[in-house]
Structure formats: structure tokens, C-alpha cells
Design a protein around this ligand. Structure first.
Ligand SMILES: CC(C)(COP(=O)(O)OP(=O)(O)OC[C@H]1O[C@@H](n2cnc3c(N)ncnc32)[C@H](O)[C@@H]1OP(=O)(O)O)[C@@H](O)C(=O)NCCC(=O)NCCS
Length: 159
């Protein structure tokens, strides 16, 4: 963990810019501009909740967007931590904050779509390992949801 305190807060304005900045910083994982723009646009929608992680200098280091998909379930739509600050616990903090908020809203499950392990892409395997560490499990992998890429459906019972 880092010595600097990290604050997680929900943001209600300028989501698109903040999400865009943090996804552009993670160019190892987000390299396709139309996908970045799609996530930016989703972050601006009414039913999307955006959490940001910042340090004591108010630098934004990570972001997570989530949505309720059914009464029982919320979905992590996208998340990203600035590569220079990875493996310091920020992703875990963002995810646990999103899970707590979902539990408060009556959700039982949290899910996400990630690049599936069968794709054998190193950055995507890192992401998969991150979610495994947070006790998510792979429910299915499909090759027809995203073009040219396996989509892994992962989920966790959060309460
Ligand atoms: C996935 C991601 C959000 C993780 O954020 P993070 O702040 O680095 O995660 P944490 O520091 O909380 O990691 C917690 C644990 O997850 C596992 N983990 C995280 N990154 C890992 C990696 N690159 N390789 C292997 N395990 C990893 C480790 O067990 C880690 O604990 P440890 O550092 O004590 O070993 C970040 O790597 C990222 O932004 N990736 C690119 C975008 C992305 O994949 N988004 C998710 C899909 S939309």
C-alpha cells in the first residue's frame, strides 16, 4: 500500500473528461479510441455512477464507473488506474467502494465484462488476476460479444 492517503469519492460533473484522461493514460489496455469515447459517453449517462481515486495533491489516479443492471446486480462498466500508481491498492479501494455502494442499494452480485483469459493478452491477464484476487469468478467466455476478442463474464456475490 502507498504511504499517501488515497481518497475515493463519487463525482457528479465532468465525468467524461476525467474518464477520458484516465483511460488515455492506460494505453496498455485502452488503445482503441472509439471504445474510449463510448466509455466516456456512458459515464455521462444518468444511471452511471463514477468513483474517482485521488491523492493529497488532488491528482486523479484511478476511476471506476458502474451501473445497476438488474435489481440484484451492478456491473463495473470500466475501471482504470494510472500505470505509475498500479499495485498500490487503488484498484482494490475503488472496487470495494463500488461494491459497498451496490450493497447499500440492495444488490447481491457485482459483475464485469473483461477481455477473457483465452485471449492470452498479457495486460488482460493482469486484469483477470486482479479480479480473481478480489474473489470474482469467471462464469463464461464468449467470442461473439466483442469483435475479434474473447469476452469474459465475471461475477462475485457481494453480500
Ligand atoms: C486492473 C487494475 C484496475 C488494477 O488496479 P491496481 O490499483 O493496480 O490494483 P491493486 O493494487 O489494488 O491490486 C490488488 C491485487 O490484484 C492483483 N493484481 C493487480 N494487478 C496485477 C498484475 N498486473 N498482475 C498480477 N496480479 C495483479 C494482485 O494480487 C494485487 O495485489 P498485490 O499487488 O499485493 O500482489 C489496473 O491494473 C488497470 O487499470 N488496468 C488497466 C485497465 C483495466 O484492466 N481495467 C479493468 C477492466 S475495464
Amino acid at each position: 500500500m502507498m504511504n499517501n492517503p488515497i481518497k475515493i469519492k463519487q463525482i457528479f460533473e465532468n465525468q467524461e473528461k476525467l474518464v477520458g484522461d484516465l483511460l488515455h493514460a492506460s494505453c496498455d489496455y485502452f488503445s482503441y479510441e472509439p471504445t474510449i469515447q463510448e466509455y466516456c459517453s456512458i459515464s455521462n449517462s444518468k444511471d452511471c455512477i463514477t468513483f474517482v481515486a485521488s491523492n493529497e495533491r488532488n491528482e486523479n489516479l484511478g476511476v471506476l464507473c458502474k451501473k445497476m443492471t438488474t435489481e440484484s446486480t451492478s456491473e463495473v462498466i470500466v475501471m482504470s488506474v494510472n500505470p505509475s500508481y498500479r499495485r498500490t491498492g487503488i484498484g482494490s479501494l475503488l472496487l470495494s467502494t463500488a461494491e459497498s455502494e451496490s450493497i447499500k442499494n440492495g444488490n447481491v452480485y457485482m459483475m464485469a465484462k473483461i477481455i477473457g483469459p483465452s485471449q492470452k493478452s498479457p495486460p488482460a491477464l493482469n486484469t483477470y488476476n486482479f479480479f480473481l484476487k478480489q474473489n470474482y469468478c469467471l462464469l463464461a467466455e464468449y467470442d461473439f460479444i466483442w469483435q475479434d476478442c474473447y469476452c469474459g463474464i465475471i461475477a462475485k456475490q457481494i453480500c
